[in-house]
Structure formats: C-alpha cells, structure tokens
Design a protein around this ligand. Structure first.
Ligand code: NAD
Length: 490
C-alpha cells in the first residue's frame, strides 16, 4: 500500500470498492484539521452490503474450519504487513501516540491469531444402539459489527476473529469519528477473504440504527456506551436479532494499606490514563486506604508531571488528545462541575492551550462519593482518588454502581487482596495488575456493562447457535407406540 492510497477511502462490499453516496470530513483531534473524507453509506448501499454478506454465507459457512482458521491468520498477516502506514493513519484519526497505534495494530493481529487457535465444541449426547444425538455449533449468519472510536481496530479484532472463525459473514461499521483505518483494512482484505465474507461500511449517526433494525442481519456485536447499548437492544428486539453488548464501565481499584506505594504508583497511573483514559477497562475510581492515600496521591501527581501530552506523532508524547469534540466537551463539563463543587486537584484540572482536544492528566483529591466525577464514567484523563478507612466501606462503594465491567485490588498480601477481589461485582477482577486480556480468556460485563461475552471459548460461542442433530439408528427396532393402560382416564 503506498501513501497515496491514504487519500482515497472507499467502502468494501462483495470484495469491491464502493464510493459513498456522499462523504464527510474526518478530523484530526490534535488540531481539528481534516485528515480525509470518508464515505457516507446510503440505506441502499447498506442493503447491498448485507446482501453481499448473505450471498457469501453458504460458501463461507461450508468452508472447513481449518481453512477458515488459515484465512483468519492471513487477515492478521495482511494487516501487520502494513503496520507503518496504518499506525500513522490511526494516530492521525484517533489521536493516540504512534507507539500506542502500533500496539493496537499488533494487538489486532495477536487477537486474530489467538482466536484462530480455538475450536468449536461438539457434544455427543447419546451414542446408543437406538440413537446418535450430537449437539454442534452452527454460525448465526450475517453479523453486524459496530465499534467505538477508542480502539477502532482493537475492538474490531474482538469481533471479526470469532465471527469469521465460526463461519459467519460480517458487515463491519466503525465509529463516524474513526472510520479511516477500518476502511483501509477493508481494502487490504479484498484480496485475502472471499468476496462478501467481510464488508465494510461507514457513515453518520443513522447507520448504526439502520443496522440494528436490518432484517438481513442475524446478530449485532456491539461495543460502545451503555446508553447506546440500550438503543441497540431496543432496535434489535422486533426481529429478535441476537446481540452481544460490550458497554461502559466505572471500574474501581481498591488499594490496601500494606501496598508498596512507589512500586504501584506508575502501574495505577497507566491503569487510569492509558489512551488518555479512553479505555472501557480504565481505572475510573481509585479507592485508597487512609494510611497511604496522601503518599500515593503525591506519587501519582509526581509521575503525571513526567508524562508528555501532545500530538501523537511527536516523539516522546505518551498521551494524545481526547478523541472527539463531544467527548472533550463532556470531560470539560465534568471538570467544570468539580471546580464548582470546590474539589481539590492534585494534578491537571484544565484543558490544554491552543487547538486540539487536550486535557492535562487530572487527579481529584477525595471528592464526595456522590459527585458526578465519581458516579459518571469520565472516559477521559481524569481520576478521582478517594479515601477509605475500612475495607468494608471500600467494597460497598466499589459495588454501588450500575456498571460492573472490571475491578482491581492492590496489596502486598495476595491472599488478602483475593479475598477482597472475590467480593467485587465485575466481569473481570485483577489483583496487582489491571487490563490484562488475552484472546483465550472470557471477558464479560456484569450489570449494565454488557450482555454476553467476548473472547475465549465462551466468546466464540456467542457467534453460534447450538444445533442438536439426532439420528435414529436404522438397525434398532422401531419403538412401539405408547399403549393406553386400561385404568388411564383421559
Ligand atoms: P457510542 O455508543 O457513542 O458509539 C459506539 C458505536 O455505536 C459507534 O460506531 C456509533 O456510530 C454506533 N451507534 C451510535 N448510536 C447507535 C444506535 N442507536 N444503534 C446502533 N449503533 C449506534 O460509544 P462511543 O462513545 O463511541 O464509545 C465509548 C464508550 O464505549 C464508553 O462508554 C466505553 O466504556 C465503551 N467501550 C466499551 C468497551 C467494552 O468492551 N465493554 C470497549 C471500548 C469502549
């Protein structure tokens, strides 16, 4: 792929380039300049993409699993081979540093390879002289993959790999804020996958709802906010379209008093601020025991002062801007509220100067539990550092959330930390680390953080339906019809 390819972005339908019915401008969040125009998919073009996916379904689902496995690996190879140009494009449209963009692209490959190692189970229910009964897993059909803007490619890998491996065909829709890398990957894969197995469409706010309501789509695999997740579920209800929802979080980390403060400060910082806090599994509420609250807050503030914030393409920058203007306004609104409530700030608390959606890494010193900065998912570089006296209180506060995505406990005593961790109501609980995910481990949101799961053997099953096939063995005698017993009354 040469660089000139990056000036021309088309959708992919049935293995061919499709220009949009119109186009819109994709902005660089570091300075609001236009990166490129992206196609706007019309309802007719969405129909064509769904029809292409449906036409490809019989062939793809009948392709032997080993061949689908090989092609999923080929997708990883094709994307990784374009690491350099893709990472530059990802940084331009998303804002993250070049190193983080490279990590996301390589993470996509890692996810595809790991998922490709999985197999679909078959259960023999009965294997007798009379009958063979087997439950196997069959693909759901056409999967609509809807992805947010924080990890446009990373989040897509969670969906594409299991969907394709399980024998489904896909219509993939990126966020309107970050469509460009997705469109380029669609273009690259035209040569890799059979036509129609993977279709890529882009457009505005209306495209997602069209997909959830589309009668030709059998499953929506959605990652994004909880509010939109409710709309997806409602949109899918009339056709009983299957949904997997990976939604928002307000993850708590609990720091016990025996922790080694210098050893954990840096890990906690990145647990909260990686990708400028725009991580579903970021630490969003840090509960610290009174004995170590102030030392840890000082260590976090000192570390924050060493982290360079700026345009992702500049050397040495670790944190880029917030990805888009609505999210930037949301983060600033939360900061304004905190200032108005008189909260203390140990670091940051303000927007950057000049153009771009920059916010300095912000530490809020023990705001009230009821404040918006604690109760709402910030999804930006902002962390309330809360104090507790009694671990019972910390557990109760951590669990008092509509969210239940991830959680972590930090201590020098692993057993004590595990005992606390097991009481947290979240889909993933880490001890002395955070955000460690692999393609072989199930990832699921509890409460309003999601429905269903992604990754691992269970995540793969989400893209399938169980089908039980029974064979009445010809050699066995036919069963006698039930004879009414004389004493039976109708
Ligand atoms: P969002 O809900 O605004 O948008 C996500 C995607 O849904 C976009 O592609 C958007 O175009 C589409 N969409 C919007 N309205 C739709 C509708 N009515 N029907 C169908 N599709 C629709 O989310 P966002 O702001 O892009 O992403 C941030 C959120 O995503 C955060 O809450 C974050 O926690 C969450 N997230 C969750 C996970 C996870 O795995 N649990 C991972 C990453 C991000």
């Amino acid at each position: 792929m040469d660089t000139s390819a990056f000036t021309d972005f088309t959708m992919t339908v049935a293995g061919r380039a499709v220009a949009g019915a119109a186009s819109y401008e994709v902005l660089d969040p570091a300075d609001e300049t236009v990166v490129a125009g992206a196609p706007v998919c019309s309802p007719e073009q969405l129909d064509q993409a769904v029809a292409a996916a449906r036409a490809a379904l019989p062939g793809w689902s009948a392709t032997p699993l080993e061949e689908r496995r090989r092609l999923v690996l080929a997708v990883a190879d094709a994307v990784e081979a374009q690491l350099e140009p893709l990472k530059r494009l990802l940084t331009r449209e998303q804002g993250k540093s070049l190193d983080d963009a490279a990590a996301e692209i390589l993470g996509f490959g890692y996810w595809l390879r790991g998922t490709a190692a999985l197999s679909l189970p078959e259960t023999v229910n009965e294997d007798s002289a009379e009958r063979l009964s087997v439950t196997r897993r069959v693909p759901l059909g056409v999967v609509g993959a809807i992805v947010p803007w924080n990890y446009p490619l990373g989040n897509a890998g969670f969906k594409l790999a299991p969907a394709l491996l399980a024998g489904n065909t896909v219509v993939w829709k990126p966020s309107p804020f970050t469509p460009l890398v997705t469109l380029k990957v669609g273009e690259l894969l035209r040569e890799v996958l059979p036509p129609g197995a993977l279709n890529v469409v882009s457009g505005g706010a209306e495209l997602g709802p069209w997909m959830t309501a589309h009668p030709g789509i059998d499953m929506i695999s959605y990652t994004g906010s909880t509010r939109t997740g409710r709309e997806v579920m409602a949109g899918a209800a009339p056709t009983l379209t299957r949904v997997t929802l990976e939604l928002g979080g307000n993850d708590a980390a609990i720091v016990l008093p025996d922790v080694d403060v210098p050893a954990v400060a840096e890990k906690l910082f990145w647990g909260a601020f990686a990708n400028s806090g725009q991580v579903c599994l970021a630490i969003k509420r840090l509960y610290v025991h009174r004995d170590v609250h102030q030392p840890l807050l000082r260590a976090l503030a000192a570390y924050a002062a060493t982290v360079r914030v700026g345009r992702g393409t500049e050397p040495g920058v670790r944190l880029g801007p917030v990805q888009n203007r609505p999210q930037y306004e949301r983060v600033l609104d939360l900061l304004r509220d905190s200032h108005a409530q008189g909260h203390r700030f140990a670091a940051g608390g303000r927007a950057g100067e000049g153009t771009g959606y920059f916010v300095a890494p912000t530490l809020v010193d023990d705001p009230p539990e009821s404040s918006r900065i604690v109760q709402e998912e910030q999804f930006g570089p902002v962390l309330p550092v809360l104090r507790f006296d009694d671990v019972e209180d910390a557990v109760a506060r951590a669990n008092a959330s509509e969210y239940g995505l991830g959680a972590s406990v930090w201590s020098s005593d692993p057993e004590a930390a595990l005992a606390v961790g097991r009481r947290l109501r979240a889909g993933t609980v880490w001890i002395n680390e955070v955000q460690h995910l692999t393609p072989l481990v199930t990832f699921a949101g509890h409460k309003q953080s999601g429905l269903g799961s992604e990754s691992g053997a269970e995540g793969l099953l989400e893209y399938t339906a169980p089908q039980t096939v029974t064979l009445r063995r010809a050699t066995a005698p036919s069963p006698s019809p039930p004879q009414p017993r004389p004493e039976t009354r109708a």
